[in-house]
Design a protein around this ligand. Structure first.
Ligand code: HEM
Ligand code: HEM
Length: 383
């Protein structure tokens, strides 16, 4: 029998139930290991790719399962007279159904809202329509994903404990109804609103907890002190691009200062750029980028670039030294510059080699992290 009856689960419902059980019981530990296991980046990326891919697959199976369940009668509880027990069991079923949608959906939105690092190995599923790239959205969805995943763990413990109780203590047909499709139970079933309402309240509480955990705006950061400069930077960005696992990942520094002296007549000058290394963001691996193996911000809180500016062709070049992570190497950055009404606009880029600064030494080849790092600077300054 493919279909349910009021006294039995059909084979479609049973196959979907046990397939989901298998997938979920694999996915939960995978998420925990990927998120909390102390692995190096490439292993973490692989585990997360696997977790996300399986998660998207679970989402697809879950939607099919829910559509099927909606089209079917739900076999009634074997002991509807045990009111509290039945209410609890049905509430847990609703919470589980909700989790099958909300857990993968929040994970997927988190993934779509952030600059991808570990990819979904599933064609056409990296982004989601209407989901903007936003760090704060990603952080909120990450917290919701974790909270909902733990609610899933809690409800599954109750669910499995209930199944064991029915089999071992009540010795009734509840488990064999789901395993073998046995017919059992009073047969009639009515749709009851209380368990669904209880599940909704539990989910609302979970969402409330997740959103209460969102840190108030940005964590307070110690900004670099302003520097004295002939030219004051009014706006600008300091970004970089590095190739990771075959895709270009964009990073940037939020906090940096520039002391600029520039003589318009001769086109020469000096510049000193100071960068607050803890202000780095790099897709989903900002924390790893700050770690000992990469920028080691705990020991090297700032980087400095000191250079002389000279005209070069129709544009300019800054030739100097970058002191990064305690190592020094020469850097040349060609840039364009226009000055109008005392407002200077410059744009430049330079390519560094991470090996010059002993960054990512445990990645000796380019498979995980490329050697060249392109730095892009854009700024507007006022005299
Ligand atoms: C070892 C793991 C599991 C066992 C032993 C188990 C056992 C059972 C049993 C015996 C039922 C029938 C309950 C009844 O007839 O009233 C059931 C129903 C159900 N199970 Fe599981 N289950 C497991 C895992 C899961 C997982 C991982 C999920 C989803 C996340 C899940 C979701 C559900 C839902 C939603 C129902 C209600 C089906 C309906 O009537 O529409 N179960 N389970
Ligand atoms: C039913 C499917 C899923 C389950 C059961 C699940 C479960 C989990 C668990 C248990 C964790 C660790 C939570 C912790 O450490 O406290 C986790 C983390 C994570 N999962 Fe999932 N997940 C699922 C689907 C997905 C999907 C579809 C994606 C993305 C496409 C995803 C992305 C993530 C990410 C990025 C994290 C890290 C948490 C963070 O943002 O800080 N998950 N997941």
């Amino acid at each position: 029998m493919l279909k349910n009856t009021p006294r039995s689960y059909g084979s479609v419902a049973r196959i979907l139930h046990w397939l989901t059980a298998l997938l979920i019981l694999t996915e939960l530990p995978l998420g925990l290991i990927a998120n909390r296991g102390g692995f190096d980046i490439d292993r973490k990326v692989q585990l997360f790719s696997l977790h996300k891919t399986l998660g998207v697959a679970i989402f697809a199976v879950a939607l099919i399962r829910i559509l099927w369940a909606l089209s079917q009668p739900r076999p009634a509880s074997l002991h509807p007279e045990r009111r509290a027990e039945t209410l609890l069991a049905e509430t847990v079923h609703w919470v589980l159904y909700a989790a099958l949608v909300m857990v993968p959906l929040t994970g997927w939105i988190q993934h779509a809202a952030t600059e991808g690092f570990s990819q979904i190995l599933w064609p056409l599923s990296q982004g989601l329509p209407f989901i903007p790239k936003s760090e704060s959205l990603a952080a909120a969805m990450g917290l919701a994903h974790q909270t909902f995943a733990w609610m899933l763990v809690g409800s599954l413990i109750l669910h499995i404990a209930g199944a064991i109780k029915h089999a071992a203590i009540d010795r009734d047909a509840t488990l064999s109804r789901m395993v073998r499709g046995e017919h059992a139970g009073p047969g009639h079933h009515g749709h009851r609103a209380a368990p669904a309402a209880a599940a909704l309240a539990i989910y609302a509480a979970g969402a409330g907890i997740a959103f209460a955990m969102i840190p108030p705006s940005e964590a307070p950061v110690q900004r670099l002190e302003a520097v004295a400069s002939d030219w004051q930077v009014t706006e600008g960005s300091l970004g970089f691009t590095v190739r990771q696992m075959g895709t270009d990942v964009q990073g940037s520094f939020a906090d940096w200062t520039a002391a600029i002296a520039f003589d318009e007549a001769s086109g020469t000058g000096q510049v000193t750029v100071t960068i607050a290394m803890p202000s780095v963001t790099l897709g989903t691996v900002s924390e790893q980028a700050k770690g000992a193996d990469f920028f080691d911000v705990a020991h090297h809180a700032t980087a400095t670039f000191t250079a002389d500016i000279q005209p070069e062709g129709t544009a300019f070049i800054a030739r100097g030294t970058l002191n990064l992570r305690g190592a020094e190497a020469p850097v040349q950055m060609p840039f364009t510059l226009t000055i109008e009404d005392g407002i200077a606009t410059m744009q430049g880029s330079a390519t560094l080699d991470r090996r010059d600064y002993a960054i990512g030494q445990s990645y000796a080849d380019e498979a995980t992290v490329g050697f060249p790092v392109e730095v892009q600077v854009n700024l507007t300054a006022r005299r």
